[in-house]
Design a binder for this molecule. Structure first.
Ligand SMILES: Cc1cc2nc3c(=O)[nH]c(=O)nc-3n(C[C@H](O)[C@H](O)[C@H](O)COP(=O)(O)O)c2cc1C
Length: 465
C-alpha cells in the first residue's frame, strides 16, 4: 500500500513530567521526570534524528489546570502538565546534538510583545541553523491570565484578531527591517552593519505598536516555520492565513478529514495553495515486535493512567469542570472561552458524546486522536490508512512512556514505513522550511502574506515604513 505523499513525523513532547497522558510518569521505565535535565532532551533529540523525524514539537501552556473542582491540586499532584519549563530553553542543547532535526516550539502570543519575541525567535533560528518553527497559540487558561495580572483571558475570537495583529507586526520585523546584505562584517572598512539597509518599522495596529528596528540580524529562515493548533471557525481562518503547518486531533477519520478539508479550504480562501499547509495529526502509537506483545504493553501502560489527572487536563482544555459530571453522564455542548473546537469534537463529533470514562480510556477516545496498537506492519498500515482517509501529511506522535514509546517507533515502525516508500531514508539538506516543502527556499513562500512585507517585493499588505 502506498500513499501519494511521503509521511511527516514529529515527536510531540512537553517540558513537563506529564504530557497528554496523565499518570504515565509513574511507570517504572518512564524517564519523563528528568525533563529538567539537558541529558533528557539531548537523548530525545538523538533518538528522533536517528528515526529521521522532521521535528520535535514542544507543547507549552502558561497557567495551571485549575478548572477541575476549582483547584490546581489534581494537576499539581498528578503532574498534569505541571510543573512545566520554558520550552525555548531546551532547544539549543538539542540543536547542538543534531544536524537536521527541526523544533516546533509553542509560545502563547497573548503574553508576549512582538518586538522582543521576534528577537527570541530569530536568536533560536540562528542557533539552530534555520531549524525553528513557532507553534502560535493564544491561550485558554484563566489561571494564565490571572498570573499575568489580568482579570480574565481575551475572548476566544478576539485572541485570534490580536494574533493577526501580532503576526503582522512580527512579519514587519522579520521580513522588512533588515535588507539582505545589510550586514557587511567588513573588518578593513570598520563597518559591521550598513545602517542605510536597516529600516525602521512603524506598526500601529489595534493591539500592538512598534517604532523601531528589528534587534537581530536576519536568521536563515527570517520568519520561522509557522505552526498553528486550533480548529474552531475563527481558528481555521487564522490558520488559512498564517500557518505553514497545523497540528490537529480527531478521534475518527471523518472528523479529522473534515478539519483537514476545512483548513485547506481556508488556505485557498486566503489566496494560498491548500497544500501550502502541512497537516500533522496527533497519534498515540504502541508498537512491539508482535501484536500480542503490543496489546500487553498497552494494558501495562493503561494501568498507570491517572483518572483525576486526565480529568484535570480535559477540564482545562475545554473550560468545563468535569468534577461535576456524573459517572455515566454525557458531556453537553456549551460555548466556552477555552478550546471551542475540542468541546465541539467531544459533544458533537464522532458517534456519541464523551463521558467521564471516555476521558480516562487509554484508547482512541481518551486520545481524541488515532490510537494505534500492533505489530510494525499493522501500525504502518494504520498510519497510511489515516493519512489517506484524512488527507493529513503526517503525525505528531504523542509521548506515552518516555523514551521507550519513541524508541520503539524509531526501531520498528520507521523501517517498515521506509520499506513501503512512504518515509524518507535520509534527510534533505536545508532549513526546516526547505525540508518540509521540498523545492522551496529558506524563506516564506511568495503567496504567504508575510512575504508581502519583504523589501523589494510587491506588498500584499501595507508596507513596512
Ligand atoms: C492539537 C492541539 C494542540 C494544542 N496545543 C497547545 C499548546 O501546546 N499550548 C497552548 O497554549 N494551546 C494549545 N492548543 C490550543 C490552541 O492553540 C487554541 O488556543 C485552542 O484550541 C482554542 O482555539 P480553537 O477553539 O480555535 O480550537 C492546542 C490545540 C489543539 C487542537
Amino acid at each position: 500500500m502506498t500513499t501519494r505523499r511521503e509521511l511527516r513525523l514529529n515527536a510531540f513532547q512537553m517540558a513537563s513530567p506529564g504530557h497528554t497522558w496523565a499518570g504515565l510518569w509513574r511507570h517504572p521505565r518512564d524517564t519523563g521526570s528528568a525533563y529538567n535535565s539537558l541529558d533528557y532532551w539531548v537523548d530525545l533529540a538523538r533518538t528522533a534524528e536517528r528515526g529521521l523525524f522532521d521535528g520535535i514539537f514542544l507543547a507549552d501552556v502558561l497557567g495551571q489546570y485549575d478548572v477541575y473542582a476549582g483547584t490546581a491540586d489534581a494537576a499539581l499532584s498528578r503532574a498534569a502538565q505541571a510543573p512545566n519549563l520554558d520550552p525555548f530553553l531546551v532547544v539549543p542543547a538539542m540543536a547542538q546534538a543534531t544536524r537536521h532535526l527541526g523544533f516546533g516550539v509553542t509560545a502563547n502570543l497573548t503574553y508576549e510583545y512582538p518586538y522582543p519575541f521576534a528577537r527570541r525567535i530569530t536568536t533560536l533560528d540562528h542557533l539552530t541553523g534555520g531549524r525553528v518553527g513557532w507553534n502560535i497559540v493564544t491561550g485558554y487558561l484563566e489561571s494564565g491570565a490571572r498570573g499575568m495580572g489580568q482579570d480574565t483571558t481575551r475572548a476566544h475570537d478576539t485572541r485570534y484578531e490580536a494574533g493577526d495583529d501580532f503576526l503582522e507586526a512580527a512579519y514587519k520585523l522579520w521580513e522588512g527591517s533588515w535588507e539582505a546584505g545589510a550586514v557587511r562584517r567588513d573588518r578593513a572598512g570598520g563597518v559591521f552593519t550598513d545602517p542605510a539597509r536597516v529600516h525602521r518599522i512603524r506598526h500601529d495596529g489595534p493591539y500592538y505598536r512598534i517604532d523601531g528596528r528589528h534587534l537581530a540580524e536576519p536568521s536563515p529562515q527570517r520568519t520561522p516555520v509557522l505552526y498553528q493548533a486550533g480548529t474552531s471557525s475563527r481558528g481555521k481562518i487564522f490558520a488559512g492565513r498564517h500557518a505553514e503547518a497545523v497540528f490537529l486531533n480527531g478521534q475518527t477519520k471523518p472528523l479529522a478529514a473534515k478539519a483537514v478539508r476545512d483548513l485547506r479550504e481556508a488556505a485557498r480562501a486566503a489566496g494560498r495553495d491548500p497544500y501550502d499547509i502541512r497537516m500533522f495529526l496527533g497519534a498515540t502509537v504502541i508498537v512491539a515486535p508482535t501484536r500480542a506483545e503490543a496489546l500487553s504493553l498497552r494494558d501495562e501502560y493503561a494501568r498507570y493512567i491517572d483518572v483525576e489527572g486526565q480529568l484535570a487536563l480535559v477540564s482545562g482544555w475545554t473550560g468545563i469542570d468535569l468534577s461535576a459530571l456524573g459517572p455515566d453522564e454525557a458531556l453537553a455542548y456549551v460555548k466556552t472561552n477555552a478550546m471551542q473546537s475540542l468541546v465541539e469534537n467531544l459533544t458533537q463529533g464522532g458517534e456519541r458524546p464523551f463521558t467521564r470514562a471516555d476521558f480516562a480510556e487509554f484508547g482512541p477516545r481518551g486520545a481524541r486522536a488515532p490510537f494505534i496498537v500492533g505489530a510494525p506492519s499493522e501500525v504502518a498500515d494504520e498510519l497510511v490508512a489515516w493519512a489517506e482517509a484524512t488527507d493529513a501529511d503526517g503525525f505528531n506522535l504523542t509521548r506515552a512512556v518516555a523514551p521507550e514509546t519513541l524508541e520503539a517507533f524509531v526501531d520498528l515502525v520507521v523501517p517498515e514505513l521506509q520499506s513501503r516508500g512512504v518515509f524518507k531514508t535520509r534527510y534533505a539538506e536545508g532549513t526546516l522550511r526547505e525540508k518540509l516543502f521540498p523545492g522551496s527556499g529558506p524563506h516564506l513562500g511568495a503567496s504567504h502574506p508575510g512575504a508581502g512585507f519583504r523589501r523589494g517585493t510587491p506588498q500584499a499588505f501595507p508596507a513596512a515604513s
